[in-house]
Design a protein. Structure first.
Length: 224
């Protein structure tokens, strides 16, 4: 609860306000998520509670929705912006079957934080790897890094926003969880492990992914 309203409701209302032109569905696996959304007029789809990732859940939901392209905003992204969603729409309009977003890291503490997922990219913007570890690792500096080094180098935080072609979703759902995916607990690694590209767009829009109680408190403070 954030200021008396469930976090998922903050996210739903934000998306509806930022990009009202897109049809909006919520794939949930528990009535405690579905009820506060339904009572606010949002469309929900009940999905299996056994999915190992959000992308598996989205794949099931899209068998009902039948969209050719899907934008996935996870329910812990209450500051998602119009610019971020529209950037994903542009990225998934090409031939790359999946897209996501990243933002530059500025602080060494965030670079060290395993709850802040990092991503490194090829020169053409396609993802090379995602990790909870700090990547790229500054071999010559070792642990002695500071905010200035992080801000001056290609250190990017991955955001919990995705776009997919429908056929990639179906292929993903039929693949077993990858070894790297299971080690890092990052579903997007299943895509890379099986040879599919992920295009990464960069955004400077402020964001707070609410993964911990401290994140929730940070979001609540931002509302003031």
């Amino acid at each position: 609860m954030i200021k008396g309203k469930p976090l998922v409701a903050w996210v739903a209302e934000r998306i509806a306000r930022e990009t009202p032109e897109y049809p909006l569905w919520f794939a949930v696996d528990d009535e405690r998520l579905g009820a506060p959304l339904a009572e606010r007029g949002f469309q929900t789809l009940m999905t299996s509670p056994t999915h190992v990732s959000g992308t598996d859940r989205i794949a099931e939901a899209n068998r009902t929705i039948r969209a050719e392209q899907v934008i996935n905003v996870q329910a812990d992204e209450p500051l998602v912006s119009q610019g971020q969603i529209r950037l994903l729409v542009r990225l998934i309009g090409g031939t790359t079957p999946m897209a996501t977003l990243a933002a530059p890291l500025r602080r060494a503490a965030d670079f060290e934080n395993p709850n802040q997922v990092k991503v490194v990219m090829r020169n053409d913007g396609r993802a090379l790897f995602f990790s909870r570890s700090r990547i790229p690792y500054p071999r010559d500096l070792g642990p002695a890094i500071d905010d200035g080094w992080v801000a001056a180098n290609p250190c990017y935080k991955h955001l919990g926003l995705y776009a997919y072609h429908a056929d990639l979703l179906e292929r993903f759902a039929k693949l077993p969880p990858g070894q790297l995916e299971q080690i890092e607990k990052l579903e997007q690694l299943r895509v890379l492990e099986n040879g599919y590209d992920i295009m990464v767009g960069l955004t400077e829009d402020p964001t707070i992914g609410v993964d911990t109680l401290e994140d929730a408190q940070k979001f609540e403070r931002s509302l003031k």
